[in-house]
Design a protein around this ligand. Sequence first.
Ligand SMILES: Cc1ncc(COP(=O)(O)O)c(C=O)c1O
Length: 469
Amino acid sequence: MAKYEQLADRLAIQIKQGIWQPGEKLPSLRKQSSLTGYSLMTVLHAYQLLESKGVLSARERSGYRVAESVEVSSTANAVQSAESVSVNDFVFDVLQASRDPHMFSLGFAYPDPSLYPRQHLNKSLAAAAKQTTVTSALDNLPPGNQALRKLIAQRYAARGMHISPDEIVITAGALEALSLSLQVVTRPGDWVLIESPTFYGAMQALERLGLRAVTVDVTPENEINLAAVERALQSKPVKACWLMSNFQNPVGYSLPDEKKQALAGLLKKYDVALVEDDVYAELYSGEELPWPVKHFCDDGNSLLCSSFSKSLVAGFRIGWVAAGKHANAIQKQQLMSTISTSVPVQLALVDYLETKNYEKHLHQLRRALHQRKLAMYHFLHEHWGRFAKVHYLQGGYFLWIEFCPNTDAMVIYKIAQSLKISLAPGKLFSLSGEYNHCLRINASFELTPSRRQLMNKLTNKIKQYLEQF
Ligand SMILES: Cc1ncc(COP(=O)(O)O)c(C=O)c1O
């Protein structure tokens, strides 16, 4: 095989593997030549050969690009065989599928990234890069950047919740905050109370820490049943309770204040630590930021976890835990695992919160999410209403869809995949398989005319599937 054919083969494989995506520019002839050691002529012949096969297209003065029509292997394929594996593997597959840039990501857990204030964040990152010094890493060790902890405490204080900056530990997103919290209040083999359905991160954390779950069913209409919580606390020596009281993922309810207060009382009575996941609190659509259950706890045994991932930017991976009496233990655990969160990113957030208008951004974000969620709800209610219950609860950006109990939402999930739509099937949110007829839909994306068309196609295919029953 001639050298140019060898290079062409190598590039074709890279394109198939998705290293070079359709439409993406390949390195210039000169750059490819210096990268690979082949002569300029060899590279040119290899590119021309791929062009003649329709793999590359040449544009005058802009070099060679991967043809738009080229098939690249998609991570979505991995999901096809994932039906009978553990929560962890299944979650991994679904998340991988949502990452496909050509997907309409209704299975995605984060809001539409176009809603983040990208320019302001970039400016803050640039400002942080200028401030970073060789000692910055030491200054930002656990519990994390002092100014950032103070700014977070001030935001709680502004609405009358007294959380000292000393109680706050900065983490890599809410997920690290939640995992560390669970870790410091339990030992392997302990019982933990969780909701069902629940955020899959809770089940993964339990699995990883060797903990046992006692579940309490929750519904969009009745939220969590406190009598059932008390029965669970009586039936098992529960050490911790991991729950969401605001815009629960996946179902979407928020507990009224009286229920939050009663829950705080129950946990205190049975000496159970509260690991509270409050990542969606800022995305309310009524008048006021809702209280967390921690507001009603007075024994320091509650760990309130949150982050900027849903309200400002997912990729910064900055969260925190207001850990009460467990703050020191959290810091020690963090030192043993990740040491600290990224220093420039912590500094960038300080810059953003101090110099940009976070409140204004939140106001715009809440309004956009509210409008988009309503638009998606109306679409689904109109087109799916005959065969599914579309639950609409204010706040956040998820819709919980319930088909008839004999419907297999995994089939709908796969139908959607074939149309390049990702969905979050109910199986992701339960240990028991009880919600296999349900779906969670991310309604933060704008329902443009072309997306409506795509959703119409999905609706027709779902109808065909349901006609079999
Ligand atoms: C309910 C819930 N908690 C926690 C997280 C993780 O948040 P973060 O990205 O800040 O780690 C997510 C992300 O999807 C979530 O949905």
